[in-house]
Design a protein. Sequence first.
Length: 428
Amino acid sequence: MSLTPGDDPSMRAANLFKTPSNPGFWALIALIMIALSAPARADMPDPATFPAWREAFAQRLEAEGVRADVRAAMLEGLEPDLRIVERDRTQPEFVRPIWQYLAGAASAERAAGGRRAAERHAGALDQVAARFEVEREILTAIWGLESAYGAIQGDFDVVRSLATLAWEGRRRAFAEAQLIAAARMIERGYATRAELKGSWAGAMGQTQFIPTTYLERAVDVDGDGRRNIWTSEADALGSAANLLVQAGWERGAPVAVRTVLPEDFDYQGWNENTRRPLRAWALDGLRPASGEWAADDLHRTARLILPAGAAGPAFMAFGNFEALMRYNNSTAYGLGVAYLARRLEDGTEPPGGWPENDPPINRTQSRELQEALTALGYDTRGVDGIVGANTRAALKRFQAGAGLTPDGYAGRRAYDAVMAAHAQQGQR
């Protein structure tokens, strides 16, 4: 007998006790006992070991000079949250295509919400833009992508989340550094223990700062003596602007410009991390998708990015793009901010022309790709299901040897080609 949503197991069992000859009786009792006694997952760490970590970390906080009352406020009675372990260990199987991400990040609905938010808080935006020389649209775009303009900040207890990550151990150094920073925040009166709310991974407020970033970059714009990134739009937006400025933001400079490549472009010699003066790219035949390169931009350095390979749009990513990457180290995020800002400014929609018939492969396929490439002699330097620089470099070498465009894009077509070559090798 199965339990349906909304059933009270105790009442179902009580009713069955009236008819002990019912064949489902003992099966139900067994299911209930298993559900009550079994851990959430067999590979979960034992919560009984948490007090030992907590005591050791309390001693570390004491060695760091953290006051006793702050140590108590953070750790007294603290228990792990196994939901955090589950989320941290769970990697999504499917990789979202960048064209889907951009369609959501710079949608008409998100832009409309951004215009309404910018109108409501025009004074704060104007004050921050003038002080830090960062465009209002860029700040609004970051605000929108980080917290839906302050509406979705996360309601996890950040101290508990970080303590759970530190205890579990996989990201202990990171989590303990963030906990020490959180202690400093409390000591210095920047936030109370109860105010430290945010995402499950420790990011907080309308601009989603982790504690170390908060200490380094958060600012008090509204003049109340606090760096309040939770309920002060001025402080939250000012903190985001300060982060960008410290990362090298240049007002009026481009972020990313869609680019057309010459037919004879050297994909094999191209490296997505290579930065060159734009004039050098221009001499190689690269041109903007519309108009001409601005004279001032020719003296700036940029790198060429192909988020979906040679079959998709190409972009020149300038210094401001790298500043956005300091906020969130994701090409999709950088383009999402750039195109949401443009849509806020003049209605420009996200770019089209994506290879929707060649989506990125999932994580299981990525592991298979890495194994096959390495077996074929193109070492990916590890099999982890994450397509990073080493895997892309190995894929480019395979593509060049197979007479394919060596763009390093791990899409379904490249996967099929590698797996076919691997299967053929196994038949020899």
